[in-house]
Write a protein that binds this ligand. Structure first.
Ligand code: FAD
Length: 544
């Protein structure tokens, strides 16, 4: 088991001491998908590289997305062919690297007329060509009995046709973790709960960073030849550390998702819905839960780790449901989970509506030589990483090792031809698990699920979806240092389980044992997660 890539919270102090004494080719600020892609690419090419994350890996936008690895039909309609082609092709590649984190699913477009169907078929054909989709996986048309069979909840009187085409569903936070762990396996030094608070300056250059260990309060310095700012919505805050007069770059847009129990909205696929202002949103079935999103509205208060979910966001997302499906209207009281994220979009003075802003990424070099990367999408993270590394190579004045065919991400080495569902069933057979638990473990950990099970296959309490081995795995392999890290971004319980709150205390007890917490720390950790769970549904307290 020791050969598996590891980020161990138990060896945090030795990691810090190694960082203080090292000098790195590259330092990356920010452990979202952008930083994670860069650190993996750099480490695979043989660079010495360190990454610092202010809170937890993926605690920013990269755990709040719609979780689609997609080219984005919307961008095709706007003529952004290049963006669509790159991201559409990327779907296949991420699926190859991590079948558990890039699951093929059908995206269903409900349609009212045959004319609309014919028009969209052309668009989807172009999308499939750009993404080199195999003909066996190409779009299909449903109507009448085929529609009733594949998506029976759809209101077929209003939408007698549907186009179903292939998209991919990921788990954004775990995709980040997989990349960061992989980088650690290639020798990168990575640290969460470690904000960069300043730069080491020599003349006109930044030659390193000042970092605070949030868990102990201790500050330390780390030297690096090139520094990349991949801080997502916080990119400008880091630019201001470099140059207090730096010009604003971003237009932050808030995107909200809500989750309802699948029993209240028993759809089978990913379904595209139209809102009252003619935007497209998604309803996405995953295990026991369907999540619906997203909104897209300018966010003025500035970058926050937990942007608030407003009651009007929730009502806006619930409103289209009874128009599309044969259900009674749902109310905010039916919502069991919600999250909001901030899109770090590149500002354009001519466009004030965030939906009109391009999702392209941009690289900028600041006065001390800091390379800042902003914008982009989860799906395009590998391309962004390659462009950043190209820049880094120029700065270091050397060329890097070619990677060839990238090795799979941790947990992604599925036997040829086998898929996620096969692994889930195999786990059920081998470890006597119920179907939901087997499927959940396969999705979270891929082929590493067997190593997780070897650490303890019992549920954390009778009937729970999470198993005991996940706690040790999260601490010793995935750098979980707080209950929030474990609950929200490792075990992902709010995403899989309508009853996730019941797991808070049992997980805290197990984590206390692993991390040696006293009673006071344990109670504070529980309080923090319970407070956050309450805040996620804070819109319920707001009277109409
Ligand atoms: P982040 O994930 O925010 O990472 C930046 C990190 O930097 C944070 O973790 C932060 O804590 C850290 N940081 C900040 N300051 C410091 C500091 N001083 N020191 C160290 N670290 C610091 N894309 C898709 O491809 N598919 C989708 O379905 C999709 N859906 C989306 C839905 C919504 C609602 C939103 C908001 C976005 C969506 N996106 C999607 C876009 C995608 O999620 C983002 O482009 C991507 O996650 C941005 O990642 P990032 O690493 O740049 O930023």
């Amino acid at each position: 088991m020791s050969s598996l890539p590891s980020i161990s919270t138990l060896s945090r102090s030795s990691t810090i001491s190694e960082l203080e004494h090292g000098e790195y080719d590259l330092i990356v600020i920010g452990g979202g998908i952008t930083g994670a892609g860069i650190v993996r690419d750099a480490a695979m090419r043989g660079l010495s590289v360190a990454l610092f994350e202010a809170h937890d890996f993926a605690s920013g936008t990269s755990s709040r997305s719609s979780k689609l690895i997609h080219g984005g039909l919307r961008y095709l309609e706007r003529g952004e062919f290049n963006l669509v082609r790159k991201t559409a092709l990327e779907r296949k590649e991420i699926h190859r690297l991590a079948p558990h984190l890039c699951e093929p699913r059908l995206m269903v477009l409900p349609l009212r007329t045959r004319a609309k169907l014919l028009g969209l078929r052309l668009g989807i054909t172009a999308y499939e060509r750009l993404g080199a989709v195999a003909s066996k996986d190409s779009q299909r048309t449903w109507s009448g009995s085929s529609l009733a069979e594949h998506e029976p909840l759809l209101n077929a009187r209003r939408f007698p046709f549907a186009l179903a085409y292939r998209e991919y569903l990921t788990d954004d936070a775990r995709l980040v973790l997989a990349n960061i762990r992989s980088a650690a396996g290639f020798g990168a030094a990575v640290l969460n709960h470690a904000p960069v608070v300043g730069f080491i300056r020599e003349g006109e250059s930044a030659v390193g960073v000042e970092v605070r260990d949030s868990l102990t309060g201790r500050e330390f310095r780390v030297r690096g030849r090139v520094i990349v700012n991949a801080a997502g919505p916080w990119v400008e805050a880091i630019q201001r550390l470099e140059d207090p007069g730096s010009r604003p770059l971003l237009h932050l847009s808030k995107g909200v998702h809500i989750a309802v129990p699948a029993s209240k909205l028993p759809i089978r696929n990913l379904v595209v819905l139209k809102t009252r202002d003619r935007r497209r949103i998604f309803a996405i079935r995953r295990s026991d839960i369907v999540y619906i999103g997203t909104t897209d509205s300018t966010y003025e208060p500035g970058a926050r780790v937990w942007p608030e979910v407003e009651r009007e966001d929730v009502e806006y997302l619930l409103e289209p449901l009874p128009l599309h499906f044969n259900i009674d209207p749902l109310t905010p009281d039916d919502v069991i989970g919600a999250w909001a994220g901030l899109r770090p979009l590149i500002a354009n003075p001519e466009k004030k509506n965030p939906s009109e802003l391009s999702r392209r990424d941009e690289l900028l070099t600041g006065p001390l030589g800091l390379i800042s990367v902003a914008g982009g999408k989860l799906t395009g993270y590998r391309g962004m990483a390659r462009r950043v590394l190209h820049n880094v190579a120029e700065r270091l004045g050397r060329s890097f090792r070619k990677i060839g065919e990238e090795p799979p991400l941790p947990g992604g080495d599925f036997p040829s031809g086998s898929e996620l569902a096969d692994l889930g069933l195999a786990l059920c057979r081998e470890s006597n698990l119920d179907e939901e638990t087997g499927e959940r473990l396969a999705r979270l950990y891929g082929t590493e699920a067997r190593s997780v099970l070897a650490l303890g296959s019992r549920p954390i309490f009778p009937g729970a979806r999470a198993i005991i081995g996940e706690v040790r795995w999260a601490v010793e392999r995935e750098g979980a240092a707080t209950l929030e890290d474990l609950f929200y971004r490792r075990a992902r319980l709010p995403m899989f389980w309508a009853d996730a709150t019941r797991a808070v205390e049992p997980l805290a007890n197990l984590l206390s044992e692993r991390l040696g917490w006293n009673h006071r720390v344990r109670a504070a950790e529980i309080e923090r997660v319970e407070r956050q769970l309450g805040a996620d549904l804070g819109f319920l307290q707001v009277a109409r």
